[in-house]
Design a protein around this ligand. Structure first.
Ligand SMILES: [Zn+2]
Length: 497
């Protein structure tokens, strides 16, 4: 049976990949596309932020089931914001130990629902080995100690971290990792300038080490973060940035006697977690939420939330969750958000329904699971109101209505998933393309790239599968479908490997 190597390339975008192929900048990716199956429209989950997406990828579930609401979210039990490390200022404000502990320990060991199985847990049950190189979602049965480098120890005031769980082969840079035999030689990429191993160089070096010494697990997930950081700052250089990622892919392919040999021996799956949208240069491309909500008492970023506070803002770049803390505050918040035409969608829960409004417009739509409208993925819904708000195309048939998606791919399941990931009231809003949300301490991206929304630009990623034959396993691929596909590849013999 072939082993599976999965590359998660942060902010990999279909239009950038297409342009790179036309300009002959990415021979490694081009080879895998030509020899495998390629989709330029694979749908990710919502919010289009790495933490939620990675958890959907490894569990095959939307956020309502795996319970990781966003990269930044409000925890009502602990009356504080959780930030899985986004932006220097918010991290300093919340405390380095709190943020590091949330992302290294709590995300996997307590926030991620115990009612879901990760791909690593399922593979172990099936007698298969697996590896996670640098993904922040990695829950499995083995336990590994957290070993902070000295400067991070200093930053987190020498406070202890519990052991974290992971699969057979596991790295979180040099902070936590499984023992390799033979050991991985030291390199600069593990130092402060390499973010202690959270970089493409380290991740591909570990993968090459596993291949070289024939200790590659049956399934290995590899996270490549560099593309995201660089495209945020210089979106116009996206092609040159992706070329560097391709250099790393080529390094891995070069570990074999030929590139053909690589896909003869293994299945390669490559995808992204979300896209990025170009944010305008002018100041009004930042939607100032503190300004919109003036007069209401916004909880201090560092918390803890006080009795007198009206709301909490959890800013996820082009998506923000606002948590109303008192009755009737929600009506005021929704009214104010609706006055701004730069705000794309405003959504909130009402019993089992999702209510949707649109900035600058009066129309509304509500939906809930189960009913006579069936979406292109076969899930049924009840819809009431104007479907144009979510750019839904409804076509009638004898058995019921068929729902297909336009600007917001798979929007019903994705939006429902995000809002029902927590039981408390949430008002979720997204910015129109070109705009970002601004609130106290949160990073903004004028003239740069940003993501988080439901729009297809943030929500559509390429998907490449090479080495598993050229029959297409998906008509409309989604990241939530990949776990089941990989489990089938590795545990069923129908593919003939
Ligand atoms: Zn990003």
């Amino acid at each position: 049976m072939k082993k599976v190597i999965f590359f998660m390339i942060d902010s990999l975008m279909p239009h950038v990949l297409d342009e790179c192929i036309r300009k002959r900048l990415v021979p490694g990716l081009k080879f895998l596309i030509e020899k495998g199956v390629y989709w330029d429209q694979c749908t990710t989950v919502f919010p289009t932020m790495t933490a939620t997406v990675d958890c959907s990828l490894i569990t095959g579930e939307y956020a309502d089931i795996h319970k990781i609401p966003a990269l930044i979210w409000y925890n009502p039990e602990e009356k504080r914001l959780v930030n899985y490390i986004n932006g220097m200022m918010p991290v300093l404000k919340l405390g380095m130990y709190t943020c590091a502990h949330d992302v290294i320990c709590s995300l996997n060991e307590s926030h991620l629902s115990k009612n879901v199985h990760t791909i690593y847990e399922d593979l172990e049950k099936a007698g298969k080995t697996s590896g996670s190189i640098n993904l922040i979602a990695h829950r499995s049965s083995q336990k590994y100690p957290v070993k902070m480098p000295f400067l991070l120890k200093l930053g987190t005031m020498f406070r202890p971290f519990e052991d974290v769980s992971g699969p057979d082969v596991f790295t979180l840079g040099r902070v936590a990792r499984s023992k390799l035999d033979p050991p991985l030689p030291w390199s600069w990429d593990e130092t402060l300038i390499g973010h202690y191993g959270i970089n493409d160089h380290f991740a591909t070096r570990v993968l090459c080490h596993l291949i070289r010494h024939q200790i590659l697990p049956d399934f290995t997930m590899v996270y490549l973060p560099d593309n995201d950081h660089k495209v945020h700052r210089k979106p116009k250089e996206a092609c040159q940035i992706l070329k560097k990622v391709d250099d790393k892919i080529q390094k891995v392919l070069n570990m074999f006697s030929s590139w053909e040999d690589a896909i003869q021996k293994h299945v390669f799956i490559l995808t992204g977690d979300h896209g990025q949208t170009l944010i305008g240069q002018a100041k009004d491309h930042n939607i100032d939420l503190d300004d919109h909500l003036k007069g209401l008492k916004i909880a201090d970023y560092a918390g803890p939330v006080k009795e007198s506070d009206d709301l909490v803002i959890a800013n996820n770049e082009r998506m923000t969750n606002i948590y109303p803390l008192k009755p009737h505050v929600d009506t005021e918040i929704i009214y104010r958000l609706q006055q701004d035409p730069r705000i794309d969608l405003i959504a909130y829960k009402s019993d089992q329904w999702v209510e949707v409004r649109s900035g600058g417009k009066q129309e509304s739509l509500r939906f809930c699971p189960e009913g006579s409208s069936v979406d292109i993925y076969g899930r049924s819904w009840t819809l009431e109101g104007n479907p144009a708000i979510l750019d839904l195309e409804i076509s009638g048939s004898v058995t019921g209505e068929k729902v297909s998606f336009g600007d917001y791919p798979d929007v019903l399941s994705r939006l429902y998933g995000a809002l029902f990931s927590q039981s408390c009231p949430i008002i979720s809003c997204t910015a129109k393309p070109g705009y970002d949300f601004k609130s106290a301490y949160s990073p903004t991206h004028l003239g740069g790239g940003s993501h988080g929304s439901l729009h297809y630009i943030d929500s559509t990623v390429p998907l490449i599968i090479a080495g598993a034959g050229q029959d297409s396993p998906f008509e409309n691929p989604r990241l939530v479908d990949l776990k089941g596909y990989i489990l089938d590849l590795l545990t069923k013999t129908k593919h003939g490997f």
